[in-house]
Design a protein around this ligand. Structure first.
Ligand SMILES: [Mg+2]
Length: 409
């Protein structure tokens, strides 16, 4: 049926439903024409079809409306998945052999979008708390998977990994509905900088051995902060075995004096920048920025858009992670805000499957530095589809996030 017919019928609907449907009809976009097999959604007339009774959770219905003309809703399901690492991962405050993540599926008709969030202990988020958040607030997603701002406003501002999973699933769903990869929907370039490869914290010789094996990577990120006086030795040992670009991440474990001592030595060893040398919020942050011979990037200091301006006082750049920002949409805002303040932009990750990495890879081209090796650290990635080639984590050219679950997922 033609859209014009749909518009002419809208005036016979009750007021509340009429107000909801009119803006949706105005959204009709050309790529969906000729795809009548696609599920009904806001900008195509078939959503105004008479439907049999649906579960209350799956559809929003005006109880005053006889004849049941209604919008299709979305169905949300979530679960916890355990990702096994290829090797034990060690940083200054933790070591682990696995990561638990929350996976979200948002189904709209016959099309499903998938997203993943990796809760961060440091911020008192767990897979269980993330799962509970998704289950508690599934109804807040409403009927329109394109209404990202409205959905964001309806969701309580907490549990950012859970929100990243929801945001990723909505982007995946959008891309599949309009048959475009998310990076193209966002209007950004596909190619981002090459990813770094993380050399987790160990003895200097051990870190050097692992660095020497990382021949597929042009940039290495060394985890420091052992508080044993050997951090500079770690970097020196690695420098002796590789010509790769080096960056270090201290994960908040230096004091101001330790940082003042180490940073000039790291500069001599050719380290490009240092991530989070001081604890988040440390009052000496601005002094260290002024004194450091290499750029300071902050990670634990910078979660969301509202943090970016304050970071400009204590750092030369920020590390954006979807598990902190709550997803792609806020991450894009942060990247642009950082640029406006003259800050460098780094895109990081947690230990995640290809599903989580695929979401971040969509916006890698907005960043100066990319650290998206989470899926490469796994024993077996259950969501293949991100292509690692030439040192770059390429987002797929398939619709949505462009990854699909393997039989093991
Ligand atoms: Mg970090």
């Amino acid at each position: 049926m033609r859209l014009r017919s749909a518009r002419s019928q809208v005036r016979f609907l009750p007021g509340a439903l009429r107000r909801e449907i009119r803006p949706l009809l105005r959204r009709e976009i050309r790529p969906l024409r000729g795809h009548d097999d696609l599920p009904a959604f806001g900008f195509r007339f078939p959503l105004l079809r008479p439907t049999p009774a649906e579960p209350a959770s799956a559809a929003k219905c005006d109880p005053n409306l006889e004849g049941a003309v209604r919008l299709s809703g979305v169905d949300v399901t979530a679960r916890i998945a355990r990702l096994e690492l290829a090797e034990t991962f060690v940083i200054s405050r933790d070591s682990t052999d696995f990561q638990e993540v929350v996976k979200v599926e948002i189904r709209h008709g016959k099309v499903s979008g998938f997203g993943e969030g990796a809760p961060i202990d440091r911020y008192e988020e767990t897979a269980e708390s993330a799962l509970a958040y998704v289950e508690e607030h599934a109804d807040a997603l409403g009927d329109d998977p394109f209404a990202l701002d409205e959905i964001e406003h309806r969701l309580p501002p907490r549990e950012w990994a859970a929100r990243a999973a929801i945001d990723g699933a909505l982007h995946d769903l959008q891309g599949k509905l309009v048959e475009l990869p998310v990076w193209k929907l966002l209007g950004v370039e596909r190619e981002g900088p090459p990813t770094s490869w993380t050399i987790w914290l160990g003895d200097p010789d051990d870190m050097a051995r692992r660095a020497a094996r990382a021949v597929d990577f042009s940039r290495l990120k060394l985890k420091l902060g052992a508080r044993d006086g050997l951090d500079v030795e770690r970097v020196r040992a690695v420098r002796e075995v590789t010509g790769a670009s080096l960056q270090v991440d201290v994960n908040e474990y230096w004091t101001f004096d330790e940082a003042l001592d180490a940073l000039p030595q790291l500069a001599e060893l050719g380290v490009d920048y240092c991530e989070q040398p001081l604890p988040a919020g440390d009052p000496d942050g601005p002094r260290l920025k002024a004194a450091s011979p290499i750029p300071i990037y902050v990670d634990e200091d910078c979660h969301r858009l509202g943090d970016v301006a304050a970071c400009a006082e204590r750092a030369h750049g920020i590390n954006i992670k979807l598990a902190k920002s709550g997803g792609i949409r806020e991450a894009v805002r942060m990247a642009h805000a950082a640029r406006a303040l003259g800050l460098g932009v780094m895109l990081g990750c947690m230990v995640e499957s290809g599903l989580g990495i695929a979401a971040a890879a969509q916006i890698a081209s907005l960043c100066n530095h990319v650290d998206l090796d989470g899926n490469l650290l796994l024993a077996d990635d259950p969501w293949p589809g991100v292509e690692f080639s030439g040192g770059i984590q390429w987002p797929s050219e398939r619709p949505g996030l462009g990854v699909a679950a393997s039989a093991r997922a």
